[in-house]
Design a protein around this ligand. Structure first.
Ligand SMILES: [Zn+2]
Ligand SMILES: [Zn+2]
Length: 433
């Protein structure tokens, strides 16, 4: 019986991987330029980290967690997001004793037990960036500037930054009550889930996709009208700093973000490229998360980018696949040994070279070179080799030239330099040459 991947789990194959590597490489470059350091955290944690950190009355904790009991009877959960684990690591290793400010990022898989559908997987990938230890609105703006810069660097266009403030635990309850009484009058319009949310977490009704629910909240009271002076002041400063950095934004009073731990600044980036509206990423401030997971009173702000979505929005004209630079076609006898010697030498020089392992005919070797989209083919014939020469064929122009073997490396490097410049400009992929 053939064993297949579990439903909702997918493979990322070599013809796709160039995009992933490009996005990850760009994230590392941009984030490290902004003073962030990578942190790697386990993919499994105690379930209570997430139920306390994310909040019991959220879809993630209620129905989407990948939770199981291990052989010792502990309830463990595959991480559904990274922020809670990063906060746990910060506390556990007392990173604040080194520097009260921690700027961290993390790239990796997350797990949610959702109904698998096209483009949505139970194992999906996120890029997370978080700043712990600063409540100054300057850092809110800094994080948003970094996010926009990253998205532009990977080639996303027509981006719109939306911001809102969700208030804090002192002032939000008043809004929550107001929203609840407003929606209670319309509860007959709400779906079954939202009827329940009305009692547990009415703010989450904003995220419901059901049309009647959307109608019910269309003219709901706005959180910005209810937040206290401190929160207003903080939000005013965030806007000032964004403007000072030259970013434009729009206020979106309906953006409330469903996770319990969010406070004050919330933001989302929407892309309007390809004529449709796509939420690319979002994030916000969470000044209560640390207390919720039983730690110090440490403020935090950050964002998570879903990589599958981001990759689907990458420019279509960029080339992300790496093709062999050279295919060596050997024609038997001594030439096979020479091909082997050559391929090893080229690999050490970082030149992607491929050869035939099966003693196939020249025709069949050329077919394979063509299929692999090799840039050049080096044809090693016995007669030419005796004279210290070989034929180099440009697979694109189909032109051939005979070159001295002793100049091969230099000739190849010179020719590939051109390629690598081109590749660099297009996708920042290659660094050879
Ligand atoms: Zn407040
Ligand atoms: Zn609903």
């Amino acid at each position: 019986m053939e064993i297949k991947a579990i439903r909702g789990f997918n493979d990322i194959l070599p013809d796709e991987i160039g995009k992933w590597q490009f996005v990850e490489k760009t994230a590392r470059e941009v984030f490290e330029g902004f003073g962030f350091s990578e942190i790697r955290i386990p993919i499994i944690e105690r379930t209570e980290l997430f139920s306390r950190g994310i909040g019991e009355a959220t879809d993630i904790v209620e129905k989407e967690m990948y939770t199981f009991t291990d052989k010792s009877g502990n309830s463990l959960t595959l991480r559904p997001e990274a922020t809670a684990s990063m906060a746990r690591a910060y506390l556990e290793h007392q990173l604040h004793t080194f520097d009260p400010v921690a700027k961290l990022y993390c790239i990796g898989p997350m797990f949610r037990y959702e109904r698998p559908q096209k483009g949505r997987y139970r194992q999906f990938y996120q890029i997370d960036a978080e700043v712990f230890g600063v409540d100054n609105p300057m850092v809110d703006a800094e994080v948003i500037v970094m996010l926009i810069h990253f998205l532009e660097r990977v080639g996303l266009e027509k981006l719109e930054l939306q911001i809102n403030s969700l208030g804090c635990r002192k002032c939000r309850p008043r809004y929550r009550e107001e929203l609840k009484s407003f929606l209670t009058k319309k509860s007959f319009q709400l779906c079954e889930d939202c009827q329940r949310r009305l009692e547990t977490n009415p703010l989450r009704i904003f995220d419901c996709k059901v049309e009647t629910c959307q109608k019910a909240i269309a003219d709901a009271p706005k959180v910005l009208d209810f937040i206290d002076d401190e929160c207003q002041n903080h939000f005013g400063k965030v806007k000032e700093y964004l403007e000072a950095a030259g970013l434009t934004y729009i206020l979106n009073p309906r953006m409330v973000r469903g996770l319990d731990y969010y406070t004050r600044t919330a933001f989302e980036v929407v892309s309007y490229q390809l004529g449709s509206q796509n939420a690319v990423t979002g994030g916000g401030r969470y000044d209560d998360l640390f207390k919720d997971i039983g730690g110090l009173d440490v403020p935090g702000i950050g964002f998570a980018i879903g990589m599958e979505r981001l990759i689907s929005l990458l420019p279509k004209d960029k080339e992300f696949v790496q093709y062999p630079h050279l295919f060596i076609a050997a024609l038997g006898g001594e030439t096979n040994r020479e091909a082997y010697r050559l391929v090893n030498q080229l690999h050490l020089e970082g030149i992607r070279a491929e050869l035939d392992y099966e003693g196939k005919s020249l025709k069949s070797q050329m077919r394979r070179a063509d299929k692999l989209k090799a840039r050049y083919v080096l044809i090693l014939g016995e007669e030419e080799l005796k004279k210290g020469r070989a034929v180099l064929r440009n697979m694109k122009t189909k032109s051939q030239e005979e070159i001295p073997m002793k100049d091969l490396l230099d000739t190849l490097k010179a020719k590939l330099q051109q390629f690598s410049v081109k590749i660099n400009r297009m996708g920042d992929l290659a660094s050879e040459g």
